[in-house]
Design a protein. Sequence first.
Length: 588
Amino acid sequence: MIKAFRRFTIARKIWSKDDAPESEETANNEPGSPKTPALKNKWGTAVKSVNRRQSQLKKKERVINNYLTFDYISDFFYLCDMFAKSRIGFLESGLLVKDVGRLTNVYLKSWMFKVDILAILPTDFFYFLQRNTAFRLNRIIKIWRMREFFGLAQTHTNFPNLFGVAQLILYIIIIIHWNACFYFAISRYLGFGSDGWVYPDPTTEDYGDFFKQYVTSFYWSCLTLTTIGDTAYPETVISYCFCIVDSLVGVLIFATIFGNVGALINGMDAARTEYQAKVDSVKRYMELRGVFGELQVRVIKWFDYTWNNKQSFDDKEVLFYLPDKLRAEISVHVHLGTLRRVAIFQDSEPGLLVELVLKLRLQVFSPGDYICRKGDIGKDMYIVKRGKLQVVSDDGKVIFVTLSDGSVFGEISVLNISGNKTGNRRTASVRSGSMGCFRRIPRSQKNLMHKGQQLLRKDNLLDEDAARKEERRLQNLDKRIELIHDAVDDLQCNVKRLAKQIQNQQNPGLLQARSKSRIEVMPTPLEQPKSKSRIDVMPKPQEQPKEDAKDQPKVAAPKEEYKDPTKAPALKEESKKEPETKPEDSEK
């Protein structure tokens, strides 16, 4: 190789000398120089091809070195990935396992470890036999990690539609890249420049550069897989088979692109489509019912306002799939700050505030809508989230006060406090066109009732006599409920004692089992009829014939003992002289 390179160098020097103007003496005296112009042209062409080949070999050697460098860098990252996966925790019964030894043991026994080992096998040693990059094809197995990454990133990204588009484009680029590599490999197998379909001869000008080879192959693959065509026709059987497979894969890719892009566009515009369907249905209804003019314009403006301010989502519907605990935490995070600004809730317990937060409901009002009118029974409390509300007179011409963000009204009437001189009715009309959150407060919260009474007493709107009467009534009601519970407990104790006495008097075999079953099916104290007394529960003794009174043992059995004819013989065996009687006589 070194000798050949020296010969090519000498030839190049000779050619450079031939280019200079020379005299006849120099031309005649220079040994080895071409004597005619034809030989001179052939010699120059040979030298140029040799120089071009040498430069291509140098570039190829540099590309291979860079290629191997990136290969071993990727192998290092593969090893780091295996180490990281042996430290990734997992959930067990809802708890995160962090024990390093256990995590490593689980990873070594998993199928992922086997796949990683297969992908990292040092097949590079085959380079000593033949320098062929196909020996590293086992690294392609790591492609499944990219799919795993996309699955994890899809659940954490805040832009799922944009991420889906990027994922689709990346998959398409990878498939086109693989197809370009196969095309170049087949061209090498068939021979570069052997026909018009394969890649041109790299020894020719402008086709030996590595980046030119890759870009040309990628371009051919892109035209083929996207079914655009405009490429050379195949001429061999192998090229025909490869083009057939490419055409089928291209049709699938083309259909996949259109399907995924259509699904992504529909997903991006799904909320808008659903919103527009609701608007169209309301428009059709108003047209059918003859609703036109200003009212129709207000309805359309309300829809536009809710959509432009992102208020068209139902919180309950969006959070439907979450458990109650997470739903409560989200509601507390969103609304607890607003609820604490209300004077009546400032000193309330955190548990009560959480309970009230879960009952908040968002409501949107258009400009000019009346939230409540004077004299209406108050059932809701309103918290202004955004916008302005106006407290107006009965005719709506006089504005008493304007409520802005964070204002609250209706906190007293919603409690239904006894002794309220206003009769739990709205004292003014409220009108505006903004958005408000409302919820119902449970009337059983005594601390809220006490605070509400203090606020009414401060404004001289509390009837003290009515409040005291209601308080005494509630106290008497509590005492009555307590007495009822005590009576039920006493009745239950008496029933158990009587059942135990019956069990001791009866036969410890059959009668004991029957008394036990009778106690098990006995209704609870709350289900006991009020008409039954202690005497009704006592069993009646059985009447025995006089002639067998001496031999018959004295057993007090309940009335229900002989209702089952199949159990009568059990009592007959107890007495040796008992006469045969019918079930009707025994019941008598």
